[in-house]
Ligand binder design. Sequence first.
Ligand code: NAP
Length: 295
Amino acid sequence: MSATIISGVEIAKAIREELKGEVAELKEKHGIVPGLVTILVGSDPGSVSYVTAKGKTAHALGLYSEQIDLPAETDEEELLGLIDKYNKDDKIHGILVQLPLPKHINEGRVLYAIDPNKDVDGFHPVNVGKMVLGEQCFLPCTPHGILEMLTRSGIETSGKEVVILGRSNIVGKPMANLMLQKRPAGNATITLCHTRTKDTDFHTKRADILIAAVGVPNLVKADQVKDGVVIIDVGVNRIGMSKSGKAILAGDVEFDSVKEKASFITPVPGGVGPMTITMLMKNTVQSAKQVAGLL
Ligand code: NAP
C-alpha cells in the first residue's frame, strides 16, 4: 500500500480561491480592503524569502499590503514605535513581525506590543489564552493549516490517538491544544513528545495520526510507525544545495519508506508550508471582517 499524498499546494490553492471571493465581497459590499503589514528586521535569507512570499500572496488575493525592511541593527524602541503606528492605522488589519528577531531585541516585548485584534500570527498571549479556552481568536497559522488539511482530506480525528513530536510555541503546543478541543478536527487524544520523552518510539508506533515538528531531517523511519498511520510532516530542513543554487529540503519524516506504510502523508516541500502562508491571509481577512462587524 502506498499512501495518499496530501497536497498542501492544492488545498492552499482552493482556500486562496475562497479568500479571493471574500476579499472581493468585502470591498464591494463594505468598502473594506483587508490590509497586512510585514516587518522584517535584518536580512536572514530564509526570513527574506518568507516575507517576500507573504507579500506576493497578499497582493495576488487583492489585499492591501506593506512590507517594511529594517536593518539588523534597528533598536527595540524603534520597532515598538513602528508597531504602535500600525496598531493605530485603520488600513492595516494584520501586523506580522517576522521571527526570529536579532538577539538584541526582546521578542516577547515586541509580540506583546501588537494589538491582539491585529495579531494575525496568533502569538499574542491574549490569542493564545483564547485558543486554549476554545474561544474565537486568531489561530496560529501552521497548526491552523494542519487542521484544514485534515478536514479537507476527510481524515477523522475524533477519538484518534494523535502523537505530536516537538513542543514549540508555534507548532507543537498549539497543535496539541487545538486537537483536543471539542470542535471539528479536534476531540483527539493527544501525546506530546520532546527530547526528554523516555521512549518516543513507543508513542509513535501507536499513533493513528503522527505530526512531526522537530527540525531533524528524516528522523521518523518506517519501523517507528504503524500501518495506516496519517503523517503530517511539518519539518523544513535544508540538507544541501542544488547545482542551480536552490536549497534541497527534507522533512522530519523519511518520506520514501514511510509512505509505503502510511494511509496519508504530506510531502516536503509542498505539504504544510503552503498552508501556513494561506492561513495568515485567512486570519487577515478574518480581522477585516471583525472590524466590519461581520463576525
Ligand atoms: P523548535 O522550536 O526548534 O522545536 C523543536 C522541538 O522538537 C522541541 O520541542 C524539541 O524538544 C523537539 N525535538 C527535537 N529533537 C527531537 C527528538 N529527537 N525527538 C522528539 N522531539 C524532539 O522547532 P519549530 O519551530 O517547532 O519547528 C520544527 C520544524 O518545523 C522545523 O524544521 C521548522 O523549520 C519547521 N516549521 C515549518 C513550518 C511550515 O510552515 N512548514 C512552520 C514552522 C516550523 P525540546 O523542547 O525538548 O528541545
